[in-house]
Design a protein around this ligand. Structure first.
Ligand code: NAD
Length: 269
């Protein structure tokens, strides 16, 4: 399936986890992709080299981000979509949380998302819309990676949850501000997904019980795989989601469905 033939997508956080899975998914469906990350990719994507570009940058760096977007437009001609997957975990109880840690998380997760959107939006606004056979005009699509922890609180979440809640509302505002220009914006809110970020949190000593508790809070009783988030990001970019904008889509194995207090298990289900 070549859903994204002739389309160019920028993916931040492209070197690992969800961002990397999204790059792989988009390349497999014919897109040209520019991956941005502060570290080099952990997987070899050179098989798609004519359609794949990778640039190293820090998403907090406005000048580097603007330069990268300009380079993408120069090489591929357009920016049809942006997926913002660059992010870091962190937090703690607020009375104990050093301000440097708060600033680090907010600056990467929230300010970094704002900067990526800012320069991608400028490119999208400068390009002609693509009009489909139904006369629907599309200039671009943005998919942000928020989290279920941007939809509700979690013990010790503090800075991380604040950053992701900010990403959810920033995304809704993008949908409002740029809808008339044919630009859609949606947030994906994953549950717990098996990536290096999740390993960093759960592999800490003494975390076994916490890990089990988080796993059972997903109604499917398992963690997610990065490809399960990439599939939804690809859907949201695609014209299949042409009437979707301003949504925070939980992809969470039922984590936010509610609470299971064991009643039906007691009844034998
Ligand atoms: N894994 C989960 O359970 C989970 C759940 C909900 C949301 N998310 C979100 O999904 C996104 C991807 O997370 P992941 O689990 O794939 O993590 P990951 O650690 O595997 O990947 C994150 C990537 O972001 C990059 N990055 C970090 N700081 C950066 C910076 N300043 N500039 C540029 N790149 C930077 C890292 O180098 C890394 O490649 C994050 O925004 C994360 O908050 C993850």
């Amino acid at each position: 399936m070549n859903r994204f033939e002739d389309q160019t997508v920028i993916v931040t956080g492209a070197a690992s986890g969800i961002g990397l899975a999204t790059v792989e998914r988009l390349l497999s469906e014919g897109a040209s992709v520019c991956g941005l990350d502060i570290q080099e990719p952990i997987s070899d994507l050179t098989a798609h080299s004519e359609r794949f570009e990778f640039l190293t940058l820090d998403v907090r760096d406005a000048e580097a981000t603007e330069t990268a977007v300009t380079a993408v437009v120069k090489k591929f001609g357009r920016v049809d979509a942006l997926v913002t997957a660059a992010g870091v975990a962190g937090g703690g109880a607020v009375h104990d949380l050093p301000q440097e840690e708060w600033d680090r998380i907010i600056s990467i997760n929230l300010t970094g998302t704002y900067l990526s959107c800012k320069f991608a939006l400028r490119a999208m606004l400068a390009q002609e819309p693509i009009v489909d056979s139904h006369g629907r005009s599309a200039r671009g699509s943005i998919v942000t990676l928020a989290s279920i922890e941007g939809l509700e609180g979690t013990s010790g979440g503090s800075a991380y949850n604040a950053s992701k809640g900010g990403v959810v509302l920033l995304t809704k505002n993008l949908a409002i501000d740029y809808g008339r220009q044919g630009i859609r914006a949606n947030a994906v809110c994953p549950g717990f997904i098996e990536t290096p970020m999740m390993a960093e949190v759960f592999d800490m000593p003494g975390m076994e019980d916490v890990r089990d508790s988080f796993r059972s809070a997903h109604m499917l009783r398992r963690f997610g795989h990065p490809s399960e988030i990439a599939a939804v990001a690809a859907f949201l970019i695609s014209s299949d989601a042409s009437f979707m904008t301003g949504q925070a889509v939980a992809v969470d194995g039922g984590y936010t469905a509610g609470h299971d207090h064991g009643l039906v298990a007691m009844m034998g289900l």
